[in-house]
Design a protein around this ligand. Sequence first.
Ligand code: SAM
Length: 281
Amino acid sequence: MHPQQAVIDRWSGAAPFWEKHREMIRAMFEPVSQALMEEALIGEGQRVLDVATGPGEPALSVAAHVGASGEVVGVDPIAGMVAAARRAAERAGFRNARFEVASADQLAFPSDSFDAVISRFGAMFFPAPVEGLREMLRVLKPGRKMALAVWAAVENNPFFHVVSGVLDRFVAPPPVEPDAPDAFRYSSPGKLLALVQEAGAVMARERVLTFPIEARVSVEEFWAVRWEMSEKLRERVAMLSAGELDEVKRQAIEALGEYSRDGVMSFSGSVLIVSGTKSAE
Ligand SMILES: C[S@@+](CC[C@H](N)C(=O)[O-])C[C@H]1O[C@@H](n2cnc3c(N)ncnc32)[C@H](O)[C@@H]1O
């Protein structure tokens, strides 16, 4: 299967669930959106591109930040994600945000046209990462910044490993080929940084962001959200018998209970923020 087709299949299936849980996802990862805005030096009146926007984040958080004199464009290759983002913008009454179907490596915008380019949890899924990063730099104005957020090591992210650890005991996780698109593809420090440099960015840098991932939901609701959000978990859950599923759910809810207090789920999250500047020459 062509790598781009594999991405489309995987994320098309996820789009309805990401739209359903959009508000919870927005709130849980808001600290990452704030970190990207700071890193890319985003301010009022700017024109910003959000690549791999999914159902519209961080694009709509940025739209609020740049204000009516600014503009945000969000792109994603999945039509269902873009439709969800447009609905969210409409509901919230944003007039300064628009969304287009596009992959990172094929952006239909003129060169040097954005004040900042950002992407939250997108780069690790690009089938052609350096081409994507090069294209993101092409549309950036000289001297301006691109900032990317990717997951750090899975061991430091109980948001992922609590449920997948339980499931691993029932269904073996599928082998991940080295460098295949995956949530933890760029979790090793320096890996994405090197690609940002290879794509042509100057003053590239990386830092670890540790932040609380919080959601005011019950443990049972969180369990449902967690596996619905992940195509990989949904595929593995579908392989369980009804009895096994009951047992996985029981064990997952027990393990997740440790992260629940007063009706709030709270995990420590760990993310790498990688950025680079487009040369002014
Ligand atoms: C984990 S979701 C992140 C969505 C959103 N940015 C957020 O943080 O909530 C990953 C997104 O990357 C998108 N994606 C996958 N391959 C892509 C590519 N080549 N170019 C741009 N986006 C891509 C998927 O369609 C999906 O919406």
